[in-house]
Design a protein around this ligand. Structure first.
Ligand SMILES: *[C@@H]1O[C@H](CO)[C@@H](O)[C@H](O)[C@H]1NC(C)=O
Ligand SMILES: *[C@@H]1O[C@H](CO)[C@@H](O)[C@H](O)[C@H]1NC(C)=O
Ligand SMILES: *[C@@H]1O[C@H](CO)[C@@H](O)[C@H](O)[C@H]1NC(C)=O
Ligand SMILES: *[C@@H]1O[C@H](CO)[C@@H](O)[C@H](O)[C@H]1NC(C)=O
Ligand SMILES: *[C@@H]1O[C@H](CO)[C@@H](O)[C@H](O)[C@H]1NC(C)=O
Ligand SMILES: *[C@@H]1O[C@H](CO)[C@@H](O)[C@H](O)[C@H]1NC(C)=O
Length: 492
């Protein structure tokens, strides 16, 4: 076990924690999750039977696929190795997919094999993978956010449900990663690949989102999907016999990954990222009726939306204020939102990202206080020091350093800790995404045309991965130790 580095912790927060306290910090302990130890909301905080519950999370969306049999592209050895690694770092929460949709026409940029081949038609071996995943998580003291749908194409998601409902209509995909496109390496099946420009329409993201958002008004697609939600909530785990709806390993049912507003009236706010509110936006009634539907199916577990909240205060409050939504969520993506440039090694570039993230955490914490609910930072990431990869064979080689990423993780996690230990509403962090032992340099494309990197298949593998040997994992670990000490020192 790596020794705690007080230097790292001091970066975290303006609150001072004396180093003698740090020296006492023990290795992470994890407690298997009893089936009835549900997490619940208490004002601005989460609790379980052990008291206040802080979420030291990671995104591990491919868990059901990794846990499926080898014939389905799974790898149990890798799964348990990585779960052990995460548990050793004090991780107590994983955000995973509990749905993925395949099509009549498979695409290289979507999870495969999918959980659903068609509405109501399951790949039972992948479903058993989800059983294995939850069972192995529970044994290691990790609870799950179960994401039930997706705005984006990498798991099928809204667009696939709409396409199914419209007789397998062609989906206007935006450019998405294709591992078998040029450039390739000399050894077959080792990549690299590129964004597709052939075989799909290569539409704009705007056109794609507009198509996907037809989901809010497609009654047949919604009924078919609700049937999936009933199936998964009602499932009995084939490994441990627990009913999903009665298993405290499942903390939260999440409506979808990053559902987008359907008809915003323009852009405004910092970096032009917030949206001009549309009081008639169909996202809002969709959240209301679906969160109510899930609450009735699974009254013992929590419900969250999966909103990035980059849309600003109005959307944040509209979408999260329903009594059937237990806590708010945020995602923070400085490069994707044009605030950070991964080829710019300057301090000024880094600082701009840190300042934005810190302000976004403070602002969203206050919005959550205003509506009286906790908020969970459930996605954020930063590329490696990829200016070091310029001119090399692949822009995302794992050999690049992580000076910016580490400094960024310290400041954004630190901002969340400041809110948690102060009067704010944040209850934890969940970086994107655990790639564990995978590396682009040693990748091997499986029989389904995929590698299981931390990055989902529509984006270049290695962009946002957290590897088992990355310093960022020590920052994640130090966060949990800091919180454990803070809870003890404050008699929680
Ligand atoms: C499964 O993962 C292990 C590492 O845990 C790796 O050595 C092995 O090659 C993987 N198997 C396949 C088929 O990818
Ligand atoms: C992926 O790349 C391969 C090889 O260039 C090509 O045959 C295939 O059409 C591409 N797929 C898509 C969806 O672009
Ligand atoms: C990927 O494709 C883009 C545009 O099609 C091209 O500019 C770029 O050079 C390609 N990347 C590599 C590594 O070949
Ligand atoms: C949130 O809901 C409560 C209770 O229905 C209401 O009183 C309050 O005005 C709402 N807040 C916002 C910001 O919509
Ligand atoms: C790097 O980022 C900083 C801060 O945004 C900016 O002032 C500078 O011009 C950028 N440098 C390059 C080469 O883009
Ligand atoms: C945070 O809120 C302040 C005050 O409303 C605003 O000026 C700033 O642009 C916001 N920043 C972010 C990143 O949300």
């Amino acid at each position: 076990m790596r020794h705690l580095n007080p230097q790292t912790l001091l970066l975290f927060t303006t609150l001072s924690l004396s180093s003698p306290t740090l020296a006492k910090a023990l290795p992470h302990k994890h407690h298997p999750i009893p089936a009835d130890d549900f997490v619940y909301v208490s004002n601005l905080r989460l609790k379980d039977s052990r008291g206040l519950h802080y979420l030291t999370g990671l995104n591990y969306w491919a868990c059901m696929n990794l846990a499926a049999p080898a014939s389905q592209g799974g790898n149990y050895t890798r799964l348990t190795t990585e779960l052990d690694q995460m548990a050793a770092k004090g991780v107590n929460h994983l955000r995973i997919m509990a749905a993925s949709e395949g099509a009549a026409t498979p695409q290289p940029f979507r999870m495969a094999p999918a959980l659903l081949d068609a509405p109501g038609v399951y790949n039972e071996e992948v479903f058993r993978g989800l059983d294995v995943c939850l069972d192995e998580m529970g044994k290691r003291g990790m609870r799950a956010t179960m994401t039930l749908n997706n705005e984006w194409q990498w798991s099928g998601g809204f667009a696939q449900w709409v396409s199914w409902s419209q007789g397998n209509e062609q989906i206007p995909y935006p450019p998405s990663w294709n591992l078998s496109a040029a450039p390739q390496r000399a050894t077959p099946r080792t990549g690299w690949g590129n964004y597709t420009v052939e075989g799909v329409d290569a539409e704009s993201y705007g056109a794609f989102t507009e198509y996907a958002n037809r989901f809010y008004t497609d009654g047949r697609a919604e009924e078919w999907w609700k049937e999936h939600v009933r199936t998964v909530v009602g499932r009995r785990n084939t490994v441990n016999g627990r009913l999903y709806g009665e298993d405290a390993t499942i903390m939260t049912w999440q409506l979808a990954n990053e559902p987008q507003p359907q008809a915003p009236l323009g852009n405004e706010g910092p970096f032009n990222k917030f949206l001009v509110p549309n009081p008639d936006d169909l996202l809002v009634p969709w959240v209301e009726r679906i969160s109510k539907f899930i609450r009735e199916l699974a009254p013992k577990q929590l419900v969250s939306v999966g909103l990035e909240s980059k849309q600003g205060e109005w959307y944040f409050k509209q979408v999260h204020n329903f009594s059937t939504v237990d806590y708010a969520t945020t995602h923070c993506w400085v490069q994707n939102w044009g605030i950070y440039d991964m080829y710019n090694s300057s301090e000024a570039n880094l600082k701009q990202a840190q300042d934005f993230a810190t302000a976004f955490m403070r602002n969203s914490s206050q919005w959550a206080v205003d509506i009286g609910k906790p908020v969970f930072l459930e996605e954020f990431g930063m590329a490696r020091d990829n200016w070091e990869n310029k001119g090399k064979e692949y822009p995302y080689l794992s050999s690049a350093g992580t000076t910016h990423k580490d400094a960024y993780f310290n400041s954004i996690i630190g901002a969340v800790i400041d809110e948690f230990t102060g009067k704010g509403a944040y209850v934890g962090t969940c970086p994107w995404a655990y790639g564990g032992i995978w590396r682009p340099e040693t990748q091997y494309v499986n029989d389904f045309g995929l590698v299981w990197a931390g990055d989902p298949p529509h984006e270049s593998p290695g962009w946002y991965d957290l590897y088992d040997t990355d310093e960022a994992m020590n920052i994640v670990s130090d966060q949990q130790k800091y919180i454990a000490e803070w809870l003890k020192d404050n008699n929680y």
